[in-house]
Design a protein around this ligand. Structure first.
Ligand SMILES: NC(=O)c1ccc[n+]([C@@H]2O[C@H](COP(=O)([O-])OP(=O)(O)OC[C@H]3O[C@@H](n4cnc5c(N)ncnc54)[C@H](O)[C@@H]3O)[C@@H](O)[C@H]2O)c1
Ligand SMILES: O=C(O)C(=O)C[C@]1(C(=O)O)C=C[C@@H](O)C=C1
Length: 302
């Protein structure tokens, strides 16, 4: 039996709509209610039959829920939680999918002082956003990291883990501050680098816009996919995970300076050793079947 029978998804963008579709595909008996602050998104969600019900207010959407999943940008988590505070049923579990965990956990606890909260982060996504971009298989074979605060009811953690396993994810548990440091280097910094390199290329006076488009067939093209990611989401991620990102950025710029010196002084061995090491890391990722380089992730969009 599914761990929940009435799930409310708040924020019907890429992740929220993928959860709604995943529930339809993997837990068809579960009733899904959706809500989004944008009336346009709610209309689209109704038009594409994303949920059993799309409510017109956050409070109404949670009134009968046993699980509420907040799928809004991390900077909006506190406000979204505050909106449901007065209507949340006593036994309901609240979760979220935010890309940073520590600050979000604090915001959720402040808004929902009595609720059982089990924060989660599915490490799966694309550069798309909005209700039509989601797909049921997004979480298949991907990690979902749970960051429950100390003292969280283990039965609640198990139910949320079961929910994500049924959506196809594998579960890992971590302390929120550790999560934020790990994701700062594996996800947040790569996005910052992609935004920078695409911005720098388009600013170069000697390179025209049409040349940027015309010659972006190789490595640069991969950066442009990442740099097309949602501006609101990523603004919020960098402002929210500020400390960890700045720490990793400091390490990164020191390593970049070392590379700069190696190039300047013709230290070919240093370059060769680093590139050999990084090639082995890439091959390890591919061997583990986690190669996401293809734009459609090699997965079926159900
Ligand atoms: N995109 C990814 O790759 C990815 C992966 C994992 C986790 N996440 C996290 O998932 C969350 C959602 O990201 P997404 O990619 O689905 O974004 P999205 O832009 O596709 O969707 C976000 C939706 O939230 C709605 N919204 C904003 N504020 C709201 C509020 N106060 N109440 C109700 N609805 C509100 C917006 O109208 C929008 O429809 C973010 O916290 C993000 O960090 C994203
Ligand atoms: O592949 C992508 O497009 C993503 O950006 C996915 C990605 C990532 O960096 O891995 C982005 C943010 C998330 O919080 C989790 C996953």
């Amino acid at each position: 039996m599914p761990p929940f029978s009435r799930v409310t998804v708040i924020g019907l963008g890429l992740i929220g709509s993928s959860i709604a579709r995943g529930i339809r595909a993997r837990m068809p008996d579960v009733c899904v209610t959706g809500y989004d602050a944008s009336a346009e998104v709610r209309d689209t969600a109704r038009a594409i039959d994303l949920c059993d019900t799309v409510a017109d207010s956050a409070g109404a959407s949670v009134a009968e829920a046993d699980l509420v999943v907040l799928c809004v940008p991390v900077g909006a988590m506190g406000a979204a939680a505050a909106e449901i505070a007065g209507d949340l049923p006593a036994g309901a579990i609240v979760s979220d999918v935010g890309s940073c965990k520590q600050a979000v956990a604090t915001a959720l606890r402040e808004a929902l002082s009595e609720a059982v909260i089990v924060p989660a982060h599915p490490v799966a996504g694309t550069e798309q956003s909005g209700p039509e971009s989601g797909f049921a298989s997004l979480f298949h074979g991907r990690w979902c990291i749970l960051t429950p605060p100390e003292g969280t009811d283990p039965a609640a953690i198990d139910r949320v883990a079961d929910f994500w396993r049924r959506l196809g994810a594998e579960i890992e548990q971590m302390a929120p501050d550790h999560h934020d440091r790990v994701l700062a280097i594996t996800s947040h910094l790569p996005h910052l680098i992609a935004y920078t390199i695409v911005g720098t290329a388009s600013d170069l006076e000697e390179v025209t816009q049409s040349e940027v488009v015309k010659y972006s067939a190789g490595g640069f093209r991969d950066f442009t996919r990442i740099a097309a990611s949602d501006p609101t989401m990523w603004r919020d991620v960098f402002l929210t995970n500020r400390e960890a990102v700045l720490e990793m950025l400091q390490r990164f710029s020191e390593d970049l300076t070392a590379l700069q010196r190696a190039i300047r002084w013709g230290k070919g061995d240093e370059l060769f050793d680093l590139f050999t090491r990084t090639r082995a890391i890439r091959r390890g990722i591919v061997e583990q079947g986690q190669d996401d380089a293809k734009p459609d992730f090699g997965r079926t969009h159900e």
